[in-house]
Design a protein around this ligand. Structure first.
Ligand SMILES: Nc1ncnc2c1ncn2[C@@H]1O[C@H](COP(=O)(O)OP(=O)(O)OP(=O)(O)O)[C@@H](O)[C@H]1O
Ligand SMILES: [Mg+2]
Length: 300
């Protein structure tokens, strides 16, 4: 087990995925114990909140079964528009400057079950990860398939030097062992847990703006304490949140003053506080296209 880990680590240091991700400062994966808790919404809005702080932010949507990031950020690009160059794939840049790559943009839905069968799964994923030209990013947020099964674990293991995991849960889930499964999986991966987010922790009355905590106010906080992980914050249940997702504009951009957007920005601050400081990646010149196509990405 140990040897396997060490070998994987050695591979990680020299692999083509490292090369593709060499200029990303922080790589964070967002996980949950089960599906439907708002993981993708957190990925999209946390990315947006970081983007509002003038950071370069990428999203990798690795949820092969229900890739929903492109829809939530309003991307309508299809595969044929992307594979124009022979060397690598450019992420799509949204109107708000998020760099997005999704399995949905590359693989037609009807091919997904074949591509992801058995032994090919990890190989195809690694090939895909090594082809994406992220260029310079402050953050890459990874949206995973729900749960803590084989697939999300394989994906997380394929990302070299993941900086941390963010666990998303809901108050309903908190009383069960589902969330602890996610936390334990994170511990097994030997990746630091940045913290816990409690989604749908309260309800905001659209009329009067009053915030009700139907499930108790400090449930998420207490759970985080139990597992000795940081609590990053709660997100209210908000109709505008899902409406924005349906329209393809993250709420953080669409309704920046809403309680939900404020909560997301607070969470972004908490995340920033809890990361190990690193010098910014500065790249003078890229060699992606073998000298053919130098992308001049400016750093903020
Ligand atoms: N705080 C919230 N307020 C209102 N609606 C929300 C909130 N969080 C998530 N939703 C809605 O709940 C649904 C599920 O959210 P989302 O797709 O983000 O969850 P998920 O955990 O990624 O699900 P899956 O397991 O299917 O990937 C979406 O329609 C989303 O808009
Ligand atoms: Mg999702």
């Amino acid at each position: 087990m140990h040897t396997e880990h060490n070998m994987a680590h050695m591979h990680k240091l020299h692999g083509p995925i490292d090369e593709a991700m060499a200029h990303i400062n922080y790589k964070l994966a967002i996980i949950s114990g089960k599906g439907g808790v708002g993981k993708t919404s957190v990925v999209v809005n946390l990315a947006s909140a970081l983007r509002q702080k003038d950071m370069q932010v990428g999203i990798f949507d690795a949820d092969v079964h229900g890739p929903s990031v492109p829809k939530m950020v309003g991307i309508k690009t299809k595969m044929r528009d992307m594979l124009h160059g022979s060397h690598g794939i450019d992420p799509v840049t949204t109107d708000h400057g998020l760099k997005v790559m999704s399995v949905a943009l590359i693989w037609p839905t009807d091919m997904t079950p074949i591509m992801w069968r058995g032994q090919y799964k990890a190989r195809v994923l690694r090939q895909f990860l090594s082809s994406i030209k992220w260029h310079e990013l402050d953050f890459l947020l990874v949206d995973l398939p729900p749960g803590t099964g084989d697939e999300p674990i394989t994906i997380m293991k394929s990302i070299p030097s993941l900086d941390g995991l963010i666990v998303v849960t809901t108050p309903q889930e908190i009383s069960t062992i589902v969330c602890s499964k996610a936390i334990n999986a994170a511990k097994e991966l030997n990746t630091p847990i940045i913290g816990l987010i409690e989604n749908m922790n309260s309800y905001c009355c659209p009329g009067c703006g009053r915030q009700e905590f139907f499930f108790g106010k400090e449930k998420g906080q207490k759970l985080a304490e139990t597992f000795k992980i940081p609590f990053l914050g709660g997100i209210p249940l908000d109709g505008q949140y899902s409406d924005s997702a349906d329209e393809g504009v993250p709420i953080v951009f669409k309704h920046p003053d809403s309680l939900t957007s404020q909560a997301m920005r607070k969470i972004a601050d908490e995340v920033l506080k809890r990361l190990q400081p690193k010098p910014k990646v500065v790249v003078k010149e890229r060699t992606w296209e073998e000298g053919r196509d130098h992308h001049k990405t400016k750093r903020h």
